[in-house]
Write a protein that binds this ligand. Structure first.
Ligand SMILES: *Cc1c(COP(=O)(O)O)cnc(C)c1O
Length: 239
C-alpha cells in the first residue's frame, strides 16, 4: 500500500487535533484536558518522524519487535514518549520494561510483577494503565471490573511501576449512546479506584479511538488513541 505523503499526514494530524479540540469544547472540558496518542502500529519510522516534526510526541505501538526496530531508527528524538498498548505476554515484558515509557495493557498481577522486576532503575517508574474488559466479551483481553481493586492494590505496591489509570477497548457500537455506555463504566471504575486509593496518581482514562473519540471525550477520556484517523488505513503486515 502506498504511504501517505507529508502533506496528507499534516492534514490528517491537523484534523485529528481539531476533532479532539471540538470534542473537548462540546463536552465543556478544558482544551488541554485530553491528549492525542498517535497509534503508529504497522507504520514506518519515517511517518513517526514526520508526525514528531509536526509536534506530536506521544506514540502507541502494539507489537514489541516492530516497535524496537522503529525506536532504534528514531533514537535521536529524545523527547518522544513511547506507549505500549498491545497484548503483553510474559516473554516480552523485559523489552517493554526497558524500551517504553508507558504500558496500557496490564491485566494480570504476574505481568505487572515482571515489568516491575525488569524495569531498569535509571529509567524511573514505568507509567501503567490497567486494561479493563469493559464490554464483557470472552475473547477480549482485560481484567473484569470486580477484580480491579485487588490488581490495583498489588500494582500500587510495586515501586518501579506508577499506576496512572485505566484503559479499555470497547466492542464496536453503532450509536453514540451505545458507545458511551461502556466508556461511562470505565470512568466510574476509575472514580471508584480514586476513592479507594486517594494517594495514588490515578489521572488517566485511556479510551477513545478513531471511531469513538467524541463519545470517549464526553465520558472523560484523558488520552485518546488514534491510529487510522492520523496515519490512514493500517498496512497489511503487522508482526
Ligand atoms: C490499533 C489500536 C488503536 C487505534 O485504532 P484506530 O481505530 O485506528 O484509531 C487504539 N488502541 C489500541 C489498543 C489499538 O490496538
Amino acid at each position: 500500500m502506498a504511504e501517505m505523503t507529508d502533506t496528507m499526514l499534516f492534514e490528517s494530524l491537523t484534523s485529528a487535533r481539531r476533532r479532539l479540540a471540538d470534542a473537548l469544547a462540546a463536552a465543556g472540558r478544558a482544551p488541554d484536558a485530553a491528549q492525542l496518542l498517535a497509534v503508529s502500529k504497522t507504520k514506518p519510522a519515517g511517518m513517526i518522524r514526520e508526525a514528531w516534526q509536526l509536534g506530536q510526541r506521544e506514540f502507541g505501538e502494539n507489537y514489541v519487535q516492530e516497535a524496537l526496530e522503529k525506536q532504534a531508527e528514531l533514537a535521536d528524538l529524545a523527547d518522544i514518549v513511547w506507549h505500549f498498548i498491545g497484548p503483553l505476554q510474559g516473554n516480552k515484558t523485559r523489552a517493554v520494561a526497558e524500551h517504553f515509557d508507558w504500558v496500557h495493557s496490564v491485566d494480570r498481577e504476574k505481568i505487572a510483577r515482571r515489568l516491575n522486576d525488569q524495569r531498569p532503575e535509571e529509567l524511573g517508574p514505568l507509567e501503567v494503565c490497567l486494561q479493563v474488559n469493559i464490554s464483557d466479551e470472552e475473547s477480549k483481553s482485560g481484567i473484569a471490573v470486580d477484580e480491579l481493586h485487588d490488581l490495583a492494590q498489588a500494582v500500587l505496591a510495586m515501586p518501579r511501576l506508577r499506576l496512572r489509570g485505566l484503559m479499555a477497548i470497547p466492542a464496536p457500537a453503532a450509536t453514540l449512546a451505545e458507545q458511551r455506555a461502556p466508556l461511562a463504566r470505565l470512568r466510574q471504575a476509575l472514580e471508584a479506584l480514586q476513592e479507594r486509593f486517594p494517594e495514588a496518581p490515578l489521572d488517566t482514562l485511556s479510551m477513545g479511538m478513531s471511531d469513538d473519540l467524541e463519545a470517549a471525550v464526553h465520558e472523560g477520556a484523558t488520552l485518546v488513541r488514534l491510529g487510522t484517523a492520523i496515519f490512514g488505513a493500517r498496512n497489511n503486515s503487522p508482526r
